[in-house]
Design a protein around this ligand. Sequence first.
Ligand code: SF4
Length: 407
Amino acid sequence: MNWISDIESCGVHDDWIHRLDVLLTSSQSISSSLDDIVDSLRNGEHLTFDQGLRLWNHTNLSEVAHLANMCKVARYGNHVFFNSNLHVNQTNICTLACKFCAFRRGPKAKDAYALDADEFVHRIIPFEHIIDELHTVGGLHPDWDVTYYEHLFSSLKLRFPHIHIKSLSAVEIKHIAEVSGISPRALLSRLMRAGLDSLPGGGAEILDDDVRNVICYGKEGSDEYISIHRDAHSIGMPTNCTMLFGTIETPTQRISHLCRLRELQNETQGFQCFVPYPYLPDNSRLPEAQLASANEVLRVISVSRLMLDNIPHIKAYRMNIGDWLSEIALHHGADDFDGTVGHEEIMHEAGSNAILGYSKSELIKFIHDSNGIPVQRNSIYTKFNRFDDDDHYESTIVLPLLSEAGD
Ligand code: SF4
């Protein structure tokens, strides 16, 4: 079954607040200490900062998860979204050295790389008939200005007009704008004309400058992250947003991060999906990181769903938290299982073991196994294709691994 949505509602049921009210009326009882939170949810009101913190400290995680799951079910029923995508990084050379980053290399490192447009196109060719989204971020290359990226995106669009280009995190936008001597907004407009369709949410980390000065000194500040996403939204470019947790931040800073994203969303309605993920410690330089247990990952996802009532989708980012925890996260407020992901480097360099190159049928099986109804979406959540049990879907295509694709 196929259907469409508009870019702001992203497939959310129009009457989700009414549905939530009905679900909460008929659902299990919740501790009375959360009564005011349940009332706010039923009335469609934002939860306050203090309520968010209380959810964070509520010892019974299953109650928090239950509320988050109700919020998800009210929006989407049992639908679970996924897409068919590929991650390619244009360069791992970076002028910064964020302490949590296992991906960046100095320009003289023997495994440093910087792809030109032809090399980049060559990497997509083996996947061109099985993906509809390209996710591409990279390091801050000291020499590449707007002309490199214009050429890259226009070359990709010329060769693969059907593939959505989701590319460049906020810090890359800041850096390229500075190298090019133009404003971030002017840069975004030029790149949009060249073929850039949307921004991923990377680089938000924790929107608190005290934390940022320790874990990613020199990166864009909290206000700059918000400002760049505001600029993108102002020219009609949708974006995602993220949160990296489990480094040195406090629960208060996490809740404050969610409130900042929610505030911008009230203003622009340009965020489509929130992607929370824990710090992975391999090959990085942050021994003081607190790390995050599975329980904490699920709590972050649950509280995010409850706090971010104006951001349509919450992703279980399986590249980071793995398939099994992602399946469980689908019962803690997450509704999006990410994608087939033909290739990924950033999380894998940091220790992820997530399987790459799933076929669509493998992803659908995971979703069915978690009692979800798989729905393939496009990148901006405006086109949907549901796979019911008795549907005959493509079961034989297996994505090639990038190393097998030749370069
Ligand atoms: S996170 Fe991004 S900006 Fe920071 S060092 Fe890694 S590649 Fe560079």
